[in-house]
Every structure is written in structure tokens, then in C-alpha cells.
Design a protein. Structure first.
Length: 121
């Protein structure tokens, strides 16, 4: 059996400048995860200040960071599950993995902030 150009299967890749649905989903998931990190970091810093000042801190920031981190992880997981090609094909797989990591960091920061506020109260 001879292999010619007609029998070789090439992966379908997206244009470099095109915004495919996978890329868009990965960007949205990464932005949500990054927002969870920012809110979680601020809540953690606020709870550390409340701890030294004897205040009660803000528990909502930690909860919001945890929820946003979970949403970022879920959206990233959805893009990973529905991605057709590998990393570099333009289907958003690399961005989705980054979004899942960002979401995980947001969940951890939110959890730490909530635990620190709970210790103070």
C-alpha cells in the first residue's frame, strides 16, 4: 500500500488571527479565573489586616473568589473536553488548561481567606 497526499490526514487548524469558539471559551474561563485570583488575593490581604487589627474581616470576598475559581475551572474543563485537536491547533486547549490552573489558584486563595476570617470571628 502506498501513501500519497490523499491518504494523509492533517489536523484542522484555526487561522492565527481567528477567534474560534474554543479560543473564546478559554479566554472567558481564564478571565473568570483571574478575577477569582484578584478577589481572593484582596480578601486574603484584608483578612490578614483584620486579624492583626482585631476586626472581623470580609467573608464575602473569599466566597466570591471560590465561586469564580470554580466557574473558571468548569469552563476550562468544558473547553478541554470539547477540544478537537491538541495544543497549538487553535482550539483553545492550551488556554483552557491555563484557565483551570488559574481557577484552582482562585479557589485556594478564596478558601484561605474564608478560613482566616473564620479563625478571627
Amino acid at each position: 500500500m502506498q501513501i500519497n497526499e490523499a491518504t494523509v490526514v492533517h489536523p484542522i487548524t484555526a487561522n492565527v488571527l481567528a477567534m474560534s469558539s474554543g479560543r473564546l471559551g478559554a479566554v472567558v474561563a481564564a478571565v473568570v479565573g483571574l478575577t477569582g485570583i484578584v478577589i481572593g488575593g484582596r480578601a486574603l490581604a484584608r483578612s490578614a489586616g483584620a486579624r492583626s487589627a482585631g476586626g472581623s474581616g470580609d467573608r464575602r470576598g473569599g466566597a466570591v473568589a471560590t465561586v469564580l475559581g470554580l466557574i473558571g475551572m468548569l469552563l476550562g474543563g468544558l473547553v478541554v473536553a470539547t477540544s478537537d485537536g491538541g495544543v497549538g491547533t487553535g482550539n483553545g486547549l492550551g488556554g483552557a488548561v491555563v484557565a483551570m490552573v488559574l481557577g484552582l489558584v482562585g479557589v485556594v486563595l478564596g478558601g484561605l481567606a474564608m478560613a482566616r476570617v473564620r479563625e478571627v470571628a
